[in-house]
Design a protein around this ligand. Structure first.
Ligand SMILES: *Cc1c(COP(=O)(O)O)cnc(C)c1O
Length: 309
């Protein structure tokens, strides 16, 4: 998969943030790959390599009906010459016309299998149990299995590369205690990788885009750290739970207005379910005086806008 790496780093002039003494730059991971964008590329690449190394010809993964992860996995598998199977939450969807995300996955050759919510949850909860793996292999053939949202230890390690690139792009000064790296949090793999790769002093701020993830998401990130970094823990990160805008996919009018203004001022279109919420959190926290003057914010743009943005 040809990728644009390192992803570009873009300095912005934002009057509102400047008033708070804070600068903002964008790490444009949204430009990495046209079909497997942003953090999906960073997370999937190590999984594709692991699949090849294990001799698997197939990826198997999980997602909701509107999952970017399913679409990206289908595209990545296809580009890598692998078959793909997507287990989709909700068997009522099986006979309905496909929404754009599922239609795109199918065009890329993904076999979609619709599970009842109970079956879906039960399979995911016991995903690492040998009996579950055996049942999946019996039904779909041997496969490299990627969890819902794509966040496993390999994915977290893949997303850590964003920080290494950023450090190189800002050399010789690099990153220090003035730096806060910011990203959205869906299933947590992206934040886990960024937090684990921080140089001394720098901090990471993740912004939850789902409601009600407090505690759960933190424990997911900690688990990914233990799994990906031999039991290590990393202290300098936090998750904001106050800027989900009402839940996944909800875009309240203030958020839409802020996004529209940003797009006009900077000539950059923003993905709204994740990236715009993270930007809104930064603006709000800067206005509130959370960041000491001199803070350098880097917003990791984890994906491009979709047709509906
Ligand atoms: C999938 C997605 C995320 C979520 O990343 P996690 O690693 O699951 O937390 C963030 N931003 C965009 C644009 C995405 O498509």
């Amino acid at each position: 998969m040809n990728a644009r790496l390192p992803s570009p780093l873009q300095q912005l002039t934002d009057p509102l943030l400047e008033r708070a003494g804070v600068t903002l730059r964008l790490k444009r991971d949204d430009l990495i790959h046209p079909d497997v964008p942003g953090n999906k590329w960073r997370k999937l690449l190590p999984n594709l390599r692991a699949a090849h190394a294990a001799g698997h010809r197939r990826l198997l993964t999980f997602g909701g009906a509107y999952s970017h992860h399913l679409t990206a996995t289908a595209a990545a598998a296809r580009a890598a010459g692998l078959a793909s199977v997507g287990l989709v939450r909700g068997d009522e969807l099986a006979d309905r016309p496909r929404n754009p995300a599922l239609a795109a996955a199918e065009r890329d050759g993904m076999e979609l299998v619709f599970l009842s919510r109970a079956d879906y949850r039960g399979t995911l909860e016991a995903l690492d149990a040998p009996a579950t793996r055996h049942r999946l292999a019996q039904r779909f053939g041997p496969a490299h299995v990627v969890p819902e949202g794509g966040s496993n230890a390999l994915a977290a390690r893949g997303s850590a590369a964003t920080v290494a690139e950023l450090a190189a792009q800002t050399a010789p000064n690099g990153l220090d205690e003035r730096d806060v790296l910011c990203c959205p949090v869906g299933s947590g793999g992206t934040l886990a990788g960024i937090a684990a790769a921080l140089p001394p002093g720098a901090r990471a701020l993740g912004v939850a885009v789902l409601r009600g993830g407090q505690g759960y998401l933190e424990s997911r990130v900690n688990a990914l750290h233990r799994a990906g970094w031999s039991g290590a823990t990393f202290p300098r990160w936090e998750i904001d739970h106050d800027h989900h805008g009402g839940g996944y996919g909800r875009i309240p009018p203030e958020l839409a207005a802020l996004t529209d203004r940003f797009e006009r001022d900077h000539g950059i279109r923003l993905e709204r379910r994740y990236v715009a919420k993270t930007l809104a959190c930064l603006h709000h926290r800067a206005r509130r005086g959370d960041f000491p003057p001199g803070t350098r914010l880097t917003l990791v743009v984890t994906g491009p806008p979709s047709a509906s943005d």
